[in-house]
Ligand binder design. Structure first.
Ligand SMILES: [Zn+2]
Ligand SMILES: [Zn+2]
Length: 159
């Protein structure tokens, strides 16, 4: 199983693959270790223990975009030289390429709370992105930040 996450302590990007015997996740740049309990590895996030994860294609957007851009440029070039059939053919070819790439890409599970990406294993049954859940986590984060600010303020006021 592979995991890509941002360390909650030092914010370094980590790529790790752990086998079944080693269930602890740790940061390569600092001493941070995950304390999230692992009863079922796909029910909760391995980094923060968050219960909600959404499933998406592990498809780098940059590849998809450059694929579309290359298709558009080539097709425009064909239009310029009065080759409309070729232009449409190029567009269709690149569109098909995009679809094929998307289909063969594996799924990843992304944590709503910390954004850690979990890949590998059978996750095809997992629900996809849910705006309501995302909104709940966004508000939770805002509340936590507000609480941290209040604590900092009261500390500086008393000290
Ligand atoms: Zn770290
Ligand atoms: Zn998480």
């Amino acid at each position: 199983m592979k995991l890509r996450f941002q360390c909650p302590k030092c914010e370094a990007q980590n790529d790790s693959s752990n086998d079944e015997s080693d269930k602890t996740i740790h940061c390569n740049s600092c001493s941070w270790e995950s304390s999230a309990s692992q009863s079922d590895e796909y029910l909760s996030c391995l980094v923060c223990g968050g219960r909600d994860l959404w499933r998406q294609k592990d498809f780098p957007q940059a590849i998809g975009l450059s694929c579309v851009a290359a298709g558009a440029i080539l097709s425009l070039t064909a239009w310029y030289y009065y080759r409309p059939i070729l232009a449409i053919g190029i567009l269709l070819t690149f569109a098909a390429l995009d679809i094929i790439l998307f289909a063969v890409m594996p799924d990843v599970l992304v944590c709503y709370r910390c954004g850690a990406r979990h890949s590998g294993g059978d996750i095809s049954e997992h629900p996809t992105f849910d705006h309501q859940v995302a909104e709940r986590y966004r508000q939770e984060k805002m509340r936590l930040e507000e609480a941290a600010r209040t604590t900092a303020r009261s500390k500086s006021a008393s000290g």
